[in-house]
Ligand binder design. Structure first.
Ligand code: ZN
Length: 347
């Protein structure tokens, strides 16, 4: 099969597009998927570069977002049939331990993010991949493979952050960093569907236009406007109810300044750095909540995909590339100048 693989960490020179990789065999409880579309994720860059303290399976195929057609079933697979058109929740776990049953597969000892911690050569950036049957979800009929690969995991991640963790309610003001990215565009649309109000932060006029078109209530350009001042003006000096964080070191302190007393910062990542100052006074005097959120359960994927089926949330695709142009995909993702997701097509 064709796929993009690497056997050591480094720059884009370590990425090899190959057409002689073996097609994997589905194990117990797994299905073999013919991948029709994959989407890129910042994990692709971390896996390629390496992260201190993390061991990545080698050789490595990246890709946490993918959709395709079920080609074969491993033993003990029920509820999925050959020929089904599906999208994958990329948060894999054992399914049977106490944490899995509790509904927090991220706490499972066998928790693995597809194409990041799985392996060797087990991600969506290839013709074929084996995935747990419990992680496949029927593709909504009103989407293409490219669209559903692009939106599924980011929407589920935004759902867990806002709905499950931060308890978003109608009327809430929610500050969204990186609003024009894959995660941000999903969040802005979900906030609108819930009757809450988004304050969407972007870095260019072009991106401002995009997020306004998705229904953002307020759009701020972080390069031209003072975010804290504008947020206080919009909220009548109260601050926002929720900050949707995934940026990290560069924005964290501003997030705390924009947050109302008793408000919630929820974060699922830190692409600009892992360390940020914490003024502990605010935790008790302002009674603010700082919450972590990691990926999403398959149940959260299924719940959030109803909003795709209803047409209330749509995929935002900034770039579609053939898989063999993976190097360009890594360059675009690293620069952060693509609005929405980067989709890779094996054909
Ligand atoms: Zn488990």
């Amino acid at each position: 099969m064709r796929g993009v693989t690497f056997d050591r960490h480094g720059g884009t020179e370590v990425l090899q597009y190959r057409d002689d990789l073996p097609i994997p065999e589905p194990g117990v409880g797994e299905v073999l998927l013919r991948i029709k579309a994959a989407a890129m994720n910042y994990n692709d860059i971390w896996a390629r570069q390496g992260v201190p303290g993390m061991d990545f399976p080698m050789p490595h195929i990246s890709g946490t977002d993918g959709a395709g057609i079920v080609e074969a079933l491993g033993p003990n697979v029920k509820n999925v049939a050959v020929g089904d058109e599906v999208v994958v929740n990329g948060a894999f776990s054992c399914g049977d331990c106490t944490e899995c049953i509790r509904g927090v597969p991220m706490f499972c000892k066998q928790f693995r993010i597809w194409g990041f911690e799985t392996g060797p050569n087990q991600g969506s950036e290839a013709d074929y991949a084996t995935v747990p049957a419990r992680n496949v979800i029927p593709k909504p009929a009103n989407t293409t493979f490219a669209e559903i690969a692009a939106i599924s995991n980011v929407l589920a991640t935004a759902w867990r952050m806002l709905v499950t963790r931060a308890n978003m309610r109608a009327g809430d003001h929610i500050l969204v960093w990186g609003a024009a990215g894959g995660l941000g565009t999903a969040a802005v649309q979900l906030i609108r569907a819930f009757g809450a109000k988004s304050i969407a932060i972007v870095g260019s006029d072009e991106k401002a236009e995009l997020v306004a078109g998705l229904g953002a209530d307020y759009v701020l350009n972080r390069k031209q406007q003072r975010i804290t001042k504008e947020v206080m003006r919009i909220t009548g000096k109260r601050g926002v109810d929720i900050v949707f964080e995934h940026s990290g070191a560069e924005t964290w302190e501003m997030s705390t300044h924009c947050l109302r007393w008793g408000g919630t910062i929820v974060t699922c990542g830190a692409t600009t750095g892992f360390k940020a100052p914490l003024d502990i006074r605010f935790l008790w005097t302002k009674q603010q909540n700082y919450l972590g959120s990691h990926f999403a359960t398959t149940a959260e994927s299924r719940d959030s995909l109803r909003f795709i089926a209803s047409g209330q949330v749509k995929a935002v695709i900034g770039e579609v590339l053939p898989l063999k142009e993976i190097v360009r995909g890594h360059e675009l993702l690293a620069r952060g100048d693509v609005a929405g997701k980067i989709v890779l097509l094996p054909d």
